[in-house]
Design a binder for this molecule. Structure first.
Ligand code: G1P
Length: 289
């Protein structure tokens, strides 16, 4: 029997410098796509996969991310008094069961691996999902759920992967691929941000992972990798051969909301997927093309 996947770690300590000045006082994960902040999409995606416990790895100036999931008593009271049922329902979508959300601080930005290590007490001895809220997904089935389903079959670590143009391999973790049925690929190696000419493939890691708790001990070696940072990819690479390790090409589309053009594309794709907006958005878009 595999241990059920009930925990998710969301690293959200990043400074968001690519979105200054918007992110001067606002956490980048609070930026909305249409009308919902990125962090809420990430939490909803995890809940759709049966995740029940969440740990946000935050930093200074990021308290709004935790506040967002708290009870807004005055607002709720006012909306109830005014019988604003639609607005109330939207507010309720941010409600979390008591005790299901915690946060830890990553005081110094030492890398993604280090951020995950900061959540070690939360992880304990359980499998856990990692969700990078910058990678926003539009899909019928939650990507965390798609990964969890493969984990239930194969056990071990499962990461979301996607083909990228070879000239972009230096932006991602890249796989060395073994047996591959076109959907699930066996992972034989992982390299963080290799130069195009050195990349073992063009299959890249996307910001969704199901990981075994043993990865924490590997991170704790604190070896510096690409960019001088403590990389999650390097710690994962050391588990290969000791535990099953697979990459899954998930069904659906992913938008890089850490990038301005990717963020704008997400706005349009999500707006067009919404019955209340699609018609109007399609109408005005035509006038710009
Ligand atoms: C991180 C990971 C990288 C992964 C990427 C996905 O990089 O280190 O392996 O491919 O997320 O978005 P970052 O975007 O934080 O540089």
């Amino acid at each position: 029997m595999r241990k059920p996947l009930k925990k998710a770690v969301l690293p959200v300590a990043g400074l968001g410098t690519r979105f200054l000045p918007a992110t001067k006082v606002l956490a980048k994960e609070m930026l909305p796509v249409v009308d919902k902040p990125l962090i809420q999409y990430a939490i909803e995606e995890a809940r759709a996969a049966g995740i029940e416990q969440f740990c946000l790895v935050t930093g200074r100036g990021k308290t709004a991310l935790v506040e967002h999931f708290d009870l807004a008593y005055e607002l709720e009271h006012t909306l109830k008094e005014r019988a604003k049922t639609e607005a109330l329902a939207l507010l309720e979508s941010t409600a979390m069961p008591p005790g299901s959300l915690m946060s830890v601080r990553q005081q110094v930005p030492l890398g993604l691996g280090h951020a995950i290590w900061c959540a070690r007490a939360f992880v304990g001895a359980d499998p856990f999902a990692v969700i990078l809220p910058d990678d926003l997904v539009l899909a019928e089935v939650s990507w965390v759920k798609q990964l969890a389903d493969v984990y239930a079959e194969t056990g071990g670590n499962v990461i979301a992967v996607e083909e990228v143009p070879r000239e972009h391999t230096n932006r991602y973790g890249i796989l060395k691929v073994g047996k591959d049925d076109g959907r699930v690929a066996e992972v034989l190696g992982l390299v963080e941000k290799p130069k195009p000419e050195e990349a073992p493939s063009t299959l890249s890691i996307v910001g969704r992972y199901v990981l075994m708790p043993e990865v924490i001990a590997e991170i704790a070696r604190f070896e510096k990798g690409a960019g001088g940072e403590i990389q999650l990819t390097d710690a994962m690479a050391r588990l290969i051969g000791r535990q099953p390790f697979h990459g899954l090409r998930c069904q659906g589309r992913r938008f890089d909301c850490g990038d301005k053009a990717g963020f704008l594309e997400a706005q349009i794709a999500f707006a067009l997927s919404r019955p209340d907006l699609a018609g109007r958005v399609r109408g005005f878009l035509k006038s710009y093309l």
